[in-house]
Ligand binder design. Structure first.
Ligand code: GLP
Length: 242
């Protein structure tokens, strides 16, 4: 795992944007894996700036997202569909038909997971996958458990994730308890993975990840040790450096 420590969140976001742009620029039809949560927001702002400055066009890019809540409408401001359009897609020249976000907006959720897997098989290996990490070590919505899903699945969110994500909702009760999430096998199906972690609250997860010498299903981020090209971009607060 390559580690880049930045002085703060702003520098982390700029560095991540630079790495993403450099990778995408090498491909005629780049495939970009995207994450939600507060951490990549700065990266998305930087990518918008890069686009607005005329330094990169997303016209030929395909994007694939990791997850979505079950039980809230995609038009709801808390949905990851809304987030992606609001924070990135509405501000760049990506083609709508090249955007893939798992959808839980149908009665048959099992069918939704199969459809997403089929799409993932069609898109194939992403050139770069952006990832965040939950305080409990979850990646996408793959929560600590005795077994982890290889492919797209409907997952129950843990109390700790519900509590952490309640900051985006009016109350904890409003946080969905289920999500549709890409599985570990597909998260790892990217040439390069850029893992972002910022702030003191991620310090423990980062420490655990860097110290992990075992693949631990109760710490899903440890699965990233199976991948040969992970770049951890972390600020000093998350790294525990002065
Ligand atoms: C959410 C998302 C993850 C994200 C994580 C951390 O639950 N499903 O993809 O990495 O939580 O979020 P944040 O960046 O807001 O700390």
């Amino acid at each position: 795992m390559k580690i880049i420590v930045t002085k703060d969140y702003e520098e982390l976001s700029k560095k991540a944007a630079e790495v993403v742009k450099d990778i995408l620029s090498k491909h005629a039809n780049p495939k970009l894996g995207l994450a939600t949560g507060s951490t990549p927001e700065g990266l998305y702002k930087e990518l918008i700036k890069i686009y607005e400055n005329g330094d990169y066009s997303f016209r030929k890019a395909e994007t694939v997202n990791l997850d979505e809540y079950v039980g809230i409408d995609e038009k709801n401001e808390q949905s990851y569909h809304y987030y992606m359009f609001d924070k990135l897609f509405n501000h760049i020249d990506i083609m709508k038909e090249n955007i893939y976000i798992p959808s839980a907006d149908q009665e048959n959720l099992e069918e939704a997971t199969k459809e997403y897997d089929k799409m993932l098989d069609g898109v194939g290996r992403r050139d770069v996958q952006v990832l965040g990490i939950g305080n409990n070590g979850h990646i996408a919505f793959n929560e600590p458990a005795d077994q982890l899903n290889a492919r797209t699945s409907i997952v129950e969110l843990t109390e700790s994730t519900i509590a952490a994500n309640s900051r985006f909702f009016k109350s904890k009760e409003e946080v969905p308890t289920k999500a549709i999430s890409m599985g570990i096998k597909d998260i790892l199906n990217a040439q390069t993975i850029i893992l972002l972690a910022s702030g003191e609250k991620k310090r423990e997860a980062v420490k655990k990840l860097l110290e992990a010498d075992k693949l631990d299903t109760h710490f899903p981020a440890s699965m990233l040790h199976l991948h040969r090209d992970v770049i951890l971009i972390v600020d000093k607060d998350a790294m525990g450096e002065e």
